[in-house]
Design a protein around this ligand. Sequence first.
Ligand code: ADP
Length: 458
Amino acid sequence: MSRFFRKTNVLLFLTLEGAFLVILCVIAFVYNFNWETMFERYQREQLTVNAYKMMDDMRNEQLTSGPFTEDQTMWLSRRATLYGILIRYSEKKGGPPWFDMFVRVPDQKQMVVQEFAVVAKGETAGLLEAGYLRSLSELDPNVVAYRRTMRSRSEWLFGIVAAVSVFFSYFAAKLLSRHLLKLQETAVKIRFGNRSVFAPVKGPEEVRQLALTLNDLSRELKRQEDWRHQLMEDLTHELRTPLTSILSQLEAMIDGIYEMNQEYLEQIYEELIRLSRLMNDMERLSEAEAARFTINPRRSNIVRLVERVFRNFQSMAKGKGVKLEFYNPNVPCYAEVDRDKFVQVVANIVSNAVKYTHEGGRIVLGVNYSEDATIVFCSDTGIGIGPEDLPYVFNRLYRADKSRSRFSGGVGLGLSIAKALVEAHDGRIEVESELGQGSVFRVIIPNRYKKDERGEAS
Ligand code: ADP
């Protein structure tokens, strides 16, 4: 039962209907009150008019002073009844009355009374008190009928307006809650795994916002599911080859087909090292993809951070016979980054550049800036990436040339990690490359500071 009353459409209906009835009661009260006041004023005016008519008649009949005979009393009574008033006539105020109809009224507080001095032949002959009863029974039957009609009409009107308000509230509540019900239906479908449904963005603003959020949620769930699905496929694919190779080599040794020599064991060892590197990189990728929730961005001088990476890689480049240079823009370039994660991004790119550049090649690492972004670039004269591979280099576990990368020890996760980390900073990563000529990687981090703030702090 309480669940029924918690329903939005029931609540809306009750609220609307309640509001309607309160407004209706207020209108009815004000209307009635006004009507009663007007009616009372009319009655008082009528009383005065009738009292003057009564006094004229009394003067004409020369009945301006008592005591009166029975016939005269009857005449006075008939006249007063004709005019629809009650009268008491006495010599002076508080004196014994010559004629009194007020005694007929059990509760005199119910009466409205006015006093008139009756003047005859230039002298005050007596005091006429004229009144009427507030209760209907003593009034003019026409007025009573009129009052009754008015009252029953008001009641009808009240009833009709109340009924219309019930219908109106019912339909308004239904209309407003309809959009919510639609959202609920969509949410239930999403809950049961249907990711292709979208809630219609309709109705009041809050409901529209809710629908948009629900649709975003559904899209995000789909993205996550696809990601997980793809990851499982990639991982299975990546793990199967080395595991099969290790297994078959071990089986051959156990079966005595291969003798257990140093060379075979080293091959197995290398495969296992690669597998463990894959696991480590997968872990780092999963961290990087969750980084948008965990990064700790701080205003940092990107030139310094990149220079640090440059210094770290110098000996490695030298060891490989590759020239590694640093392009310094000679102004501090500030951006809001998580320093450790940003260094990781640049390190991944530089490590690739060193890895894929032959002896005698050249790598330039540097920082640039534009009006609204800070750009880190790394250009090399390495082996380059073919156009068929270029769109996929940021994909997980993608290697442009499997045998070559396998030889270089890469598992195809470095760039996906870099991309996820850059996106966690609301930035983007781009590549331009030509096979055999070299590649340029660019990391673009949007500025949160205006240009004139550049160089203020270190
Ligand atoms: P890996 O661990 O294989 O290097 P990455 O995700 O870092 O994986 O890179 C993906 C692929 O992109 C690499 O396998 C390689 O083929 C290509 N690649 C990345 N950087 C370069 C570069 N500087 N020059 C040429 N090829 C590159």
